[in-house]
Design a protein around this ligand. Sequence first.
Ligand code: FE2
Ligand code: FE2
Length: 170
Amino acid sequence: MLKKKVEDICNRQVEREGYSSALYLAMASWAESNGFAGVALWLYAQAEEEKLHMLKFVKYINERGGKAVIPAFKKPPEDFKNIEELFREVLKHENFVTASINEIVALTFEEKDFNTHNFLQWFVTEQVEEEASAQAILDKLKLLGKGNLYQFDRDIMSMRTPAGKAPATA
Ligand SMILES: [Fe+2]
Ligand SMILES: [Fe+2]
């Protein structure tokens, strides 16, 4: 049985993963409507992954005798300055999610909830991936400098790594 404190913080994470999905969907839509088909694909795929992260928390909470609550999500921004700013936002958001996961891990130590601690290890690893992949994209954009986003847009999907795999060193 989940302790109330742990249940509540896991429900907070349901909201954060769900918002991540909505945010990346909003970014995908912006990219698509601005002609960045490849970037849009990357972001649509990312939005799907975040939805799965939300579901992992929902199922875990319910499985442990708690009650997962699906909240209203805040409306994500609809406009982004440019591709580089967009990926800066992605990295910033992933940093925020990492801190959020780490807070839950810290609480499981305090509460001696080793089951939840174990459940969270997947997310701890996933966040390393998420930050690395956003950073790799920003590095690539820096290499390109201004312009030539055509090539970047064409190649970005090849930088995607299936969940749980190490990022390709492209
Ligand atoms: Fe996530
Ligand atoms: Fe993420």
